[in-house]
Design a protein around this ligand. Sequence first.
Ligand code: FES
Length: 246
Amino acid sequence: MVWRQAGPNVKGRMVPYTAENVSPDMSFLEMLDVVNESLIRRGEDPIAFDSDCREGICGMCSLMVNGVAHGPEHGTTVCQLHMRCFKDGDTIAIEPWRAQAFPVVKDLVVNRSAFDRIIAAGGYISVNVGGAPDANVIPIPKNVQERAMDSAACIACGACVAQCKNASAALFLSAKVGHLSRLPQGQVERERRVVRMIAQHDAEGFGNCSNEGECEAVCPKEISMLDIVAMRKEYMRANLGKREEA
Ligand code: FES
């Protein structure tokens, strides 16, 4: 069963298809490619879905599989999900991310540019241009760099939003804030980063986090909810300490 929706303002519906000649070693997206080839042969409109790297690093693939963001395998993007996870004859429900802030473009493709605007609001660091500095010129303790890199693993796929009953992007947001605010390079904008990114998150229509934990459960990069705790501390620090300059 696949969600078919011709455009953003058109009503969609689940449509049954039979996937034939599917090998257990195919990825989930390869299975969809096979279904699309048969649709094209029949002169029908192929199913629109997003993908790019197909190796779990770009965050483009974005499918609800049987009601679970990225499907049944823990810590796996849907492009790395394989058909051996299903039984021959299974019925699989495939839907797009569902969130007001991720409007459907067509079929399984949603517009995730809200994430780009959150990053533009503060997910960056300022550096002086010029010659490249020597590697390791800024010493960073191992535990700090490892914690920052854990957060940097977020691929901004949006699974956290899709699975959350509040459609909150708190896990994504906290990973991006946490990654930069832990590192020396991220200190210049530290206070205004968290304030501006949270303001943009709310303006985009994402909901508030109520500690459901669904985000952490489906995150393909296993970002921890502890990042959300750390982000709240960052937000308090920014508001109670140095005030944001306009
Ligand atoms: S297609 Fe790049 S992460 Fe799935």
